[in-house]
Ligand binder design. Structure first.
Ligand code: ADP
Length: 589
């Protein structure tokens, strides 16, 4: 910054010095002119004064002697050289030099003019005397012929005085230029420095550095400017602060929205989108600026977007997106209006996959339940009709049909019981985050074994319990875990021959508690294993009905395991038996 101001100093001094030199030159040449004019006039006067006497002497015989006398008197008093030039230009007499040594003077300007009859003077360098001289020539008539009387003085002295004066003025001028230059520099620096400071800081402010403190000069016009700039920077900082707070709020709301939001301009380019939209549509975070239809490859959605942008109306639709996984989405497109034009449209995407799946599940469930209930109801109705038609009077037949009614009523009863358990479990799985207590897993396992023992005994089946982790704990519901294990042991009894063994084992593996129920029953063909846990799925329908199965036992087990953040799987071989294993995470607390 300092160098910025300093760089002007030599220029300043140079301009001042140049102006001063010009002034000196002008002054000294006018001074010289004035001096010389005065001397010229004086010389003419001197010539005119000498002319009568010289004319008289020129008629005398001893004119040389007389001229010398006059010349030495004149030279002594007024240091004037006298020269007389004959009409042919030759020098007749000269007070400083022998006349015959001097050349023809006809071409000297003052002499030339004097022969023309006009008194004249000029300033020239005299090669005879090696000095600058002022010559003044006047014509004089002697014996009818025109002679020229020339008087001359050396101006060496005047030159010397002028030179001295020039030198003095020059030195003084240089001094003045130096002082003025330095003074001007300090004055200019006083003015420029705050401006440069201001310029420097304004550049920093415009570069976004709004925290700088502007130096405010104590007085002067720059002070007001600096104050205004500082005020402006302060206001700008506050404004930017407000805007960034607003933006952060808006971004936080935008980002935390579970609905996906995408804003498009009228050309269908993405102006903005939130994380939920990027996830739903499987878009990169930097999708802003890209064409929506170019990056979202879904015809239905593309058509909907185009429709909203073309018709400029609010619209809503439901569609399926096939991105990472299939998802059902409800899309609402609303036109974005500016002050006097339409800027584009905002699309809000709500993921309704869960709702849709629940709807589908309910529909399928009702269909399945209706189907399952239909069989026992038809059987009961048939038996009742037969009894009404007279069978009731035949004791044995009546007993047979009453037994059918009882059996199907029991079946209906257990069906309704299982349906209620399953629907309650499914509701819990979908809706609630479970907050289970910590329990020792061996408790519900032992209870389940005891509850199934009577049924096992009726088929002379032995249940072994191998507890490899008696202290293992899980976060869970005792009754639900008990129910799951009862279902597994019950199946093992149902699908095993008499006099066989069932092995229940409790162990721990990789942070999970595992409850295994192993039987030596009929086993399950491998093609059924993948669908075994679906509701109402049965490998052998007739056998299942015969043993009083509802087809919901394993579906209930699966839901109980899932409710405990666990899983259930099966390993089975036809003719050898099956092993079902429930895995539930250990309680780490
Ligand atoms: P169900 O009430 O019919 O037993 P489940 O959901 O409990 O219904 O079981 C579904 C089907 O899986 C059964 O119908 C049966 O065919 C088969 N299954 C279940 N457990 C066993 C097992 N331990 N051994 C052989 N098959 C089994």
């Amino acid at each position: 910054m300092k160098s910025d101001t300093l760089q002007y100093l030599p220029l300043l001094i140079f301009i001042l010095a140049a102006m001063l030199l010009g002034f000196i030159w002008y002054q000294s040449s006018s001074l010289e002119k004035v001096y010389l004019n005065r001397i010229k006039t004086e010389m003419l006067v001197r010539g005119k004064l000498l002319k009568p006497e010289i004319s008289k002497i020129m008629h005398r015989e001893d004119r040389l002697k007389a001229l010398n006398k006059v010349a030495s008197a004149v030279a002594e008093n007024i240091q004037t050289r006298i020269t007389i030039i004959a009409p042919d230009g030759s020098v007749t007499y000269d007070s400083s030099e022998a006349a015959h040594n001097m050349g023809n003077h006809l071409r000297r300007p003052e002499i030339f003019r004097a022969f023309k009859g006009k008194a004249s003077s000029s300033v020239r360098y005299s090669s005879t005397l090696s000095t600058r001289m002022i010559y003044s020539a006047i014509p004089m008539t002697i014996n009818g012929k025109t002679y020229v009387l020339r008087t001359a003085v050396s101006i060496r002295q005047i030159d010397h005085i002028l030179q001295q004066a020039r030198r003095d003025i020059l030195l003084f001028g240089l001094l003045v230029a130096l002082v003025t230059g330095c003074l001007s520099f300090y004055i200019v620096r006083g003015i420029i420095k705050p401006i440069e400071n201001l310029k420097f800081n304004a550049a920093r402010i415009s570069a976004g550095n709004l925290d700088i403190k502007l130096p405010i000069p104590e007085k002067g016009a720059i002070r007001d400017l600096a104050l205004s700039l500082s005020h402006m920077a302060e206001q700008l900082k506050n404004r930017i602060g407000q805007i960034s707070v607003e933006k952060k709020k808006r971004d936080a709301i935008f980002t935390s929205m579970s609905e996906g939001v995408v804003a498009l301009d009228m050309e269908g380019n993405i102006i903005d989108l939130n994380r939920a939209a990027a996830n739903l549509l499987d878009l990169p975070d930097n999708a802003v600026g890209l064409s929506f239809c170019g990056v979202v490859r879904n015809n239905e959605l593309q058509e909907f977007v185009e429709m909203v942008l073309n018709d400029k109306e609010t619209m809503e639709t439901e569609l399926v997106l096939f991105t990472i996984q299939e998802s059902f989405v409800r899309v609402r497109g609303t036109v974005m209006r500016g002050i006097d034009n339409i800027l584009g449209a905002v699309f809000v995407l709500s993921d309704i996959t869960k709702i849709k799946k629940l709807e589908n599940f309910r529909r399928d469930f009702i269909a399945d339940v209706s189907h399952e209930i239909k069989t026992p109801l038809t059987a009961i109705r048939g038996a009742v009709e037969t009894l009404e038609e007279g069978a009731i009077d035949e004791k044995e037949t009546a007993h047979k049909f009453m037994h059918i009614i009882t059996r199907h009523t029991d079946r209906l009863n257990s069906l309704v019981h299982d349906i209620l358990s399953l629907s309650s479990l499914e509701r819990k799985t979908h809706n609630e985050e479970q907050d289970f207590a910590t329990i020792k897993i061996s408790g519900p396992v032992s209870t389940a074994i005891e509850l199934c023992r009577e049924k096992a005994n009726s088929k002379r089946i032995k249940i072994d319990f191998e507890d490899k982790c008696p202290t293992c704990k899980v976060k869970g519901d005792c009754q639900l875990i008990e129910q799951a294990i009862i279902n597994l042991i019950d199946n093992a009894i149902k699908y095993s021959e008499d006099n066989t063994r069932i092995n229940v084992k409790l162990c721990s593996y990789r942070k999970k508690v595992i409850i295994k129920v192993k039987d030596n029953g009929c086993g399950i063909p491998p093609e059924h294993l993948s669908r075994l846990f679906e509701r109402f799925y049965r490998v052998d329908k007739a056998r299942s009905r015969k043993v009083g199965g509802t087809g919901l036992g394993l579906a209930i087990v699966k839901h109980i395991a899932q409710l405990h953040k666990g899983s259930v799987d099966v390993d089975s071989h036809v003719g050898e038996g099956s092993t079902f294993a429930i895995k539930i995470p250990h309680d780490q607390t």
